[in-house]
Design a protein around this ligand. Structure first.
Ligand code: ADP
Ligand code: MN
Ligand code: MN
Ligand code: MN
Length: 337
């Protein structure tokens, strides 16, 4: 007998990379080998030297095909086995290693929007639905759109063994969220990419597209983000390290903004529960701040922070690398380790 391994990788599309995948048939029980693909079709190579290498880094049961079949998240390498320029995971590996002793954990809230016939699911043809107000965590056919797909995606993630921590309907019709974590930097990012692939794949069965567009509808409609919740061992034990981390994020605000997803200026306008991209702020319970300290963390005097800036279309390898680098270095300097 044999099994099917779906090799998944991140392509070279700019400014926002896309997921690609293809299937390899492997003998029963065989390990996952290095594989390759045509990089000239994914903006990752010239036609003259088109081979790129796929190196498996994370695998899980394939809930779509079932049985012994697998999903395989890969890094892209050049043929000399060095990281391809589009490979952002390879830059996270040393940073996660350097600060591993601080035990960083992440929970990422992935917002997304279903589209059908070039408009968000639930938007009437040639017009707009009733203004926002009742859609967030709503119930009923007049308020939520696409729940059967969302439930199928949740079940698929759970069957794959991913650490999904919840789902909810969002502020705009057709807009939803799932959360992954808390997990280590590499695990949360690997699992989020696989969960995104499953989202597209499950929605495909319904003839519906899911998009991570950070501002899918212009005007008075919420954008889509990827709030990134973060803690270290010290932050989970006392309050001062949480403040140290918030201050450190403020010092490097613009560097972070640049790595938090294309077109972030269109989403972080200061309206729709966002802080303007050009100004940094943090505060307890404040959903209009760049970084929120949850009220529970303030009450308990320990916990985590929520960086509300990352876009839905962000690369979690880059976002977690920036946060670990900035915060863990500052925490180390302050002796909060
Ligand atoms: P919100 O109230 O902002 O909508 P959610 O409940 O959607 O928050 O998401 C919170 C996320 O934070 C979850 O993924 C959860 O697992 C994660 N989380 C909880 N505790 C921690 C922690 N100590 N460190 C990092 N992430 C955490
Ligand atoms: Mn949430
Ligand atoms: Mn949300
Ligand atoms: Mn949030």
């Amino acid at each position: 007998m044999s099994y099917k391994a779906e090799y998944i990788w991140i392509d070279g599309t700019e400014p926002t990379a896309r997921l690609r995948s293809k299937t390899k048939i492997l003998p029963d029980g065989a390990d996952l080998p290095i594989w390759g693909f045509d990089g000239s079709s994914t903006n990752q190579a010239e036609g003259r030297a088109s081979d790129c290498v796929l190196k498996p880094v994370f695998s899980c049961p394939d809930p779509i095909r079932g049985g012994d079949n697998k999903l395989v998240m890969c890094e892209v390498l050049l043929t000399d086995m060095t990281p391809h320029p589009s490979n952002t995971r390879s830059a996270l590996v040393p940073v996660a290693g350097k600060f591993g002793a601080q035990e960083p954990l992440f929970g990422i809230e992935q917002e997304y929007t279903f589209f059908q016939n070039d408009r968000p699911l639930g938007f009437p043809a040639g017009g707009f639905p009733a203004p926002q107000g009742f859609y967030y965590c709503g119930v009923g056919a007049d308020e939520v759109f696409g729940r059967e797909i969302v439930e199928a995606h949740l079940d698929a993630c759970l069957a794959a063994g991913l650490s999904i921590s919840g789902i909810n309907a969002e502020v705009m019709p057709g807009q939803w969220e799932f959360q992954v974590g808390p997990l280590s930097p590499l695990d949360v990012a690997d699992q989020l990419w696989v969960a995104r692939w499953l989202l597209y794949r499950v929605a495909e069965e319904y003839g519906i597209a899911a998009t991570l567009d950070p501002k899918p509808v212009k005007g008075d409609w919420n954008g889509a983000g990827a709030h990134t919740n973060f803690s270290t061992k010290a932050m989970r034990e006392s309050y001062e390290p949480i403040i140290t981390a918030c201050e450190a994020l403020g010092e490097k605000a613009q560097e972070h903004i640049k790595g938090y997803g294309a077109e972030i200026e269109h989403r972080l306008t200061g309206l729709h529960e966002t802080a303007p991209w050009s100004e940094f702020s943090y505060g307890v319970s404040n959903r209009g701040a760049s970084v929120r300290i949850p009220w529970q963390a303030e009450v308990d005097k320990k916990g985590y922070l929520e960086d509300r800036r990352p876009n839905a279309n962000c690369d979690p390898y880059t976002v977690t690398r920036l946060i670990v680098d900035t915060c863990c270095e500052a925490l180390e300097k302050a002796g909060h380790v």
